[in-house]
Write a protein that binds this ligand. Structure first.
Ligand SMILES: [Zn+2]
Length: 185
C-alpha cells in the first residue's frame, strides 16, 4: 500500500499511468508528452489554483457532514471522516473500495467512516471535493457502476471531469514529485 520511494525518481522511463486506465490512446500520448517535459503538474496548478483550508480532521468532518446532510440525508450518520496517512496511494479510493470489507455484518452502521488519503491536504480544493463526493457516494452505492456515477454527478455536476483531472494530478504527483503537483497555500 505504501508508495515506493523509487517512484519519485526521474529514472522512470515509462511513467506509471495506472491512474489513467480507460483513457484513450490519444489522451495517454498527450499525458506522456506533458510528463516527459515535466509540465503536467504545472498545467494542473494553473487550471486549479485554489487550495483548500481543510487542514484538520475536524474541518474535514464538518465539510463531509455538510455535503452529506445536503445530498444523502437518508443514509446512516457517519462515525467519522479523517485523513489517513496510510492511504498513501489513492488507488484504493478510486479503484477498489476498501470501506466495503470493513462495513460488513451487524456493525454496518456503527463503522461508517470516510478516510481520505492525507496527500489530499495538498490538493486543489476541487480535487478534495471530488474525493469526498466519491466516498460519500459509496455510502449508498458499493460498486463503481452507473448508479454510483449518477449519484456522484448529482452531488457535483463536474464530477467526471474532476475525477479525470484528479487522476492526472495523482499521476503528476507520482512522476514529477510533490513540488510540481502541490498547490501553494
Ligand atoms: Zn470508489
Amino acid at each position: 500500500m505504501c508508495r515506493r520511494k523509487a517512484a519519485w525518481t526521474t529514472e522512470l522511463v515509462t511513467p506509471p499511468l495506472s491512474y489513467l486506465q480507460g483513457a484513450s490512446p490519444a489522451t495517454l500520448a498527450q499525458v506522456q508528452a506533458l510528463l516527459a517535459e515535466r509540465r503536467l503538474g504545472a498545467l494542473l496548478r494553473e487550471r486549479y489554483p485554489e487550495p483548500h483550508a481543510l487542514r484538520s480532521d475536524r474541518l474535514l468532518y464538518g465539510y463531509v457532514a455538510e455535503l452529506k446532510a445536503r445530498h444523502l440525508k437518508s443514509t446512516p450518520p457517519l462515525a467519522k471522516a479523517v485523513y489517513d496517512q496510510r492511504l498513501h496511494i489513492v488507488r484504493n479510493a478510486l479503484g477498489t473500495h476498501t470501506t466495503v470489507s470493513r462495513v460488513q455484518g451487524t456493525r454496518l452502521q456503527s463503522k461508517r467512516e470516510i478516510r481520505i488519503a492525507s496527500l489530499f491536504k495538498e490538493a486543489p480544493a476541487a480535487f478534495l471535493r471530488m474525493i469526498v463526493v466519491h466516498e460519500l457516494a459509496h455510502l449508498r452505492e458499493r460498486e463503481h457502476d452507473k448508479a454510483f456515477y449518477a449519484l456522484c454527478t448529482h452531488m457535483e455536476p463536474d464530477y467526471p471531469q474532476l475525477e479525470f483531472d484528479t487522476r492526472l494530478w495523482l499521476t503528476a504527483l507520482e512522476v514529477e514529485g510533490p513540488s510540481a503537483a502541490h498547490v501553494a497555500r
